[in-house]
Design a protein around this ligand. Structure first.
Ligand SMILES: [Zn+2]
Length: 509
């Protein structure tokens, strides 16, 4: 057997166990029934931890010939290598996992208090969206800072320093560089962010002044106003929708772009019930064969964005070649999210909302357009959280005060604004604890979405991709989906756009 065939057999085994695990997880997420998730996880990890398998991957990495096989070898190497580090690194990794788990439990158990009453995170979001009293929204928003101290007292800074130690033992420049390398990303993506932010600030200030003045009677839009403002300017978001009939409009809409959902057996489980996870997911059980959407819709227009987003993921998974097990493992998370965001965003396109918003389409169009402009102009504020997360691994930190101070520093660097409260809200964001150096994926996914639309529009000389929906569908398939496993994010981005990666796609032009 050639090295490639040996490794293919290993990848098939890994895939079989992953499919089994996916089915069990879907069942657990949708019903709460556990038919053996942790055993399936162990069986899956056993393939990764097997030393003979790892040796085969290393041999392939030395001998692979041709770009596709070299890519396959590289993808597998990245997946297997973290399970075969030095004993010292393995032990440290184990301690990091334990600490992460401990702190994530604290985060999940913690209940914020507003005026002495316990509130769930979903209730806070609800208040921020809809409470007309600004003082109450402010209180609800700032209640999220309550978890900072307990988190630090339970060892958040120990977790940070263990991750730093890990990166230095591994031989990386720092933990940020280590994580980015694992995700096939480069630090050059983050260069020049403060300068780019400075270029984007005037547009944000302009639109916030205008809309704040109009809807809040205050030109200064505060962090606790953003969600509320969105619902005020586009009340369509709250329009009741008969979700029992969700499929037909969705099918018609994707068909415009040449994607026939009837040809793909996407399973939809979209209504809330007891023992079901409260979020939205796409579970790809197996590429090209079985993909399932979990959502919790109650019947409002704004929820359709989730349905479009997750259907975008499902479509992507159906259009991948199930025979390319290894290349499919190499699809960049940013590209998947970018594609899903692209479909999710089409919620604001008249050809989509026309199915749901009867009445005055012109008014709905104006409102949703204003909402999108507001969201786009404010999108770069996400840089704060991303850079703060990175600086945690670069600055000397000894106390909660140091972390808070660091947060305000980054806040000023990006938004040129001083502190909005005595203490910033950062600890509630579970990513800093459980998924370090990850937040950029959402942001870059959105950037990718903008790049795809702009590249297509430029190439086909339209101002709206859905003026040529068939060609847009072909473009998505041929330029993005088909090659998505073959290239790391930056390479694919440059191949599609024809230019070097840049943040300029954030600018609304
Ligand atoms: Zn997604």
């Amino acid at each position: 057997m050639t090295e490639m065939n040996k490794v293919r057999a290993i990848a098939r085994k890994l895939k079989e166990r992953e499919i089994n695990l996916n089915r069990l997880e879907w069942t657990q997420y949708t019903t709460g029934f556990d038919f053996g998730v942790s055993r399936a996880q162990r069986e899956y990890l056993a393939v990764l931890k097997d030393r003979d398998n790892y040796r085969a991957v290393l041999r392939l990495r030395d001998s692979a010939f041709g770009p596709k096989d070299r890519r396959r070898a590289e993808i597998l190497y990245r997946i297997f290598q973290p399970y075969h580090l030095s004993p010292k690194l393995n032990r440290l990794d184990e301690r990091i996992r334990e600490k992460t788990l401990e702190l994530s439990k604290l985060l999940n158990r913690f209940r914020f208090r507003v005026d002495g009453r316990e509130v769930r995170s979903t209730q806070i979001s609800q208040i921020l969206r809809s409470h007309p009293d600004r003082k109450i929204r402010k209180k609800a928003f700032l209640s999220r800072a309550q978890i900072n101290r307990p988190l630090v007292e339970a060892g958040f800074l120990d977790l940070i320093s263990m991750r730093r130690e890990f990166a230095s033992l591994y031989g990386a420049k720092d933990f940020v560089a280590y994580r980015l390398e694992r995700d096939e990303l480069s630090e050059k993506i983050f260069q020049g962010w403060p300068q780019q932010a400075a270029r984007l600030r005037p547009a944000r200030e302009r639109i916030n002044r205008e809309l704040g003045g109009r809807y809040l009677r205050d030109e200064k839009v505060m962090p606790w106003d953003t969600a509320y403002l969105g619902y005020r300017m586009a009340p369509e978001l709250d329009t009741p929708v008969n979700m029992a009939n969700f499929y037909e409009p969705l099918r018609k809409f994707f068909l415009l772009m040449g994607f026939d959902l009837d040809g793909y057996a996407i399973t939809y489980d979209i209504f809330p019930r007891r023992h079901k996870s409260e979020w939205g997911y796409n579970f790809t059980i197996e590429e090209g064969r079985d993909s399932r959407v979990l959502a919790n819709l109650e019947g409002r227009f704004h929820e359709l964005g989730v349905l479009l987003h997750e259907t975008g993921h499902a479509l992507h998974s159906f259009l991948l070649d199930p025979g390319e097990i290894i290349l499919n493992l190499g699809v960049s998370g940013i590209i998947s999210e970018g594609l899903a965001n692209l479909f999710g965003d089409l919620q604001y396109h008249p050809r989509f909302y026309g199915y749901f918003l009867k009445g005055s389409p012109k008014k709905a169009g104006d409102n949703l357009h204003r909402l999108r402009s507001f969201q786009k102009a404010n999108a770069f504020a996400a840089m704060c959280g991303i850079l703060f997360d990175q600086e945690l691994y670069r600055q000397p930190l000894k106390s909660l005060d140091d972390i808070n101070h660091l947060y305000w520093q980054v806040h000023r660097l990006i938004l040129d604004e001083g502190p909005y409260a005595p203490e910033p809200t950062w600890g509630f964001r579970i990513h800093h604890t459980t998924h370090p150096i990850y937040l950029h994926n959402y942001f870059l996914g959105d950037l990718t979405n903008q790049m795809l639309k702009k590249t297509f529009s430029h190439r086909f000389r339209v101002n709206d991709p859905l003026k040529r929906p068939r060609q847009f569908g072909d473009f998505i398939y041929n330029q993005v989906i088909k090659p998505s496993g073959l290239y790391p994010f930056l390479d694919l981005f440059e191949r599609i756009s024809g230019r070097a990666f840049s943040l300029e796609y954030l600018e609304d032009r």
